[in-house]
Design a binder for this molecule. Structure first.
Ligand SMILES: *[C@@H]1O[C@H](CO)[C@@H](O)[C@H](O)[C@H]1NC(C)=O
Ligand SMILES: *[C@@H]1O[C@H](CO)[C@@H](O)[C@H](O)[C@H]1NC(C)=O
Ligand SMILES: *[C@@H]1O[C@H](CO)[C@@H](O)[C@H](O)[C@H]1NC(C)=O
Ligand SMILES: *[C@@H]1O[C@H](CO)[C@@H](O)[C@H](O)[C@H]1NC(C)=O
Ligand SMILES: *[C@@H]1O[C@H](CO)[C@@H](O)[C@H](O)[C@H]1NC(C)=O
Ligand SMILES: *[C@@H]1O[C@H](CO)[C@@H](O)[C@H](O)[C@H]1NC(C)=O
Length: 228
């Protein structure tokens, strides 16, 4: 092959790879992803179920099913724990994987309280701005519906085919690469490879989203990674 053709091919290939990285097709989605939601005191399950309502989450009971170890029933929700909330992972605008929830605003809501408190940092203020062109940040009506987008992952086959269920996990100050690796039984190296955006994969920065792989076997709400 002549050199010019070789270079052209290489160029095309790298172009293809970068677009493939940032874009998605409808078929790239997956039926299920999990959102790791940090519960603060005063939250009740029925409220969370409304905020994360989707075709796979109709009631508080669906949340109980995924969190049997931590959440014994619909009426008992311990505070200061993480729960896994199931949601569908879809290709949004051909650009990235996520799901857009419909949130019924309440008086006093701001983009900050919605991102920071209501959705426990699973979304961000800039994402809220982008998904709600009809409203301006300081002019959210007292009643109305906001689009709240939560990102997700369905895996990366070039890394491993073994993992099929991913948790969207907002980092908190108490988290570190080692603490997450220990809690999930996923090696630190694999965790970093699934989160290339964090070029140095800083799991200790106390904020930001990472994706944690699982094998899709749920046992009492805990993701088992022993392949059984
Ligand atoms: C986020 O909420 C916490 C309480 O849940 C509060 O202490 C903190 O100041 C808030 N951060 C921002 C940026 O609003
Ligand atoms: C969301 O992030 C803010 C700022 O980093 C933090 O103060 C707040 O406690 C976080 N909220 C939850 C529910 O973890
Ligand atoms: C979701 O992913 C898109 C594309 O990578 C990014 O622009 C956006 O900020 C992310 N949203 C959140 C809430 O992290
Ligand atoms: C929510 O998203 C839909 C679909 O993209 C859009 O038509 C609607 O205007 C958005 N809502 C707001 C409040 O901007
Ligand atoms: C990761 O974040 C922590 C907290 O912000 C910081 O102290 C540390 O230097 C960062 N590490 C890297 C490798 O960027
Ligand atoms: C942890 O992962 C290793 C290999 O990935 C597996 O052999 C082991 O059974 C797992 N342990 C638990 C407690 O899941």
């Amino acid at each position: 092959m002549n050199l010019k053709l070789g270079i052209l091919l290489l160029l095309l290939l790298s172009l293809y790879c970068t677009t493939a990285d940032s874009a998605c097709r409808t078929s790239d989605g997956c039926d299920l992803a999990l959102a790791s939601y940090y519960v603060v005191s005063g939250k009740v399950l029925s409220e969370i179920a409304l905020e994360f309502k989707s075709n796979i989450l109709q009631s508080a009971n669906s949340i109980v099913e995924y969190n049997r170890e931590n959440v014994p029933n619909q009426d008992t929700l311990p505070s200061f724990i993480r729960i896994n909330i199931p949601f569908p992972c879809e290709c949004i605008d051909g650009e990235f994987l996520g799901h857009t929830f419909q949130y019924n605003v309440a008086g006093g809501d701001t983009y900050t309280t919605i991102a920071n408190n209501t959705y426990a940092n699973l979304t961000t203020i800039s994402s809220l701005r982008l998904s709600n062109p009809e409203y301006t940040e300081n002019n959210i009506p007292d009643t109305g519906v906001l689009n709240v987008t939560v990102n997700c992952s369905c895996g990366v086959s070039s890394i491993s085919e073994e993992y099929g269920l991913f948790i969207t996990y907002p980092l908190r100050p108490e988290d570190s690469l080692d603490s997450i690796a220990r809690a999930t039984n996923i090696s630190a190296d694999l965790l970093q490879r699934y989160n290339p955006d964090y070029t140095v994969a800083n799991f200790s920065q106390g904020s930001g989203l990472v994706f944690i792989p699982g094998k899709g076997c749920l046992d009492g709400g805990k993701i088992r990674n022993d392949g059984k």
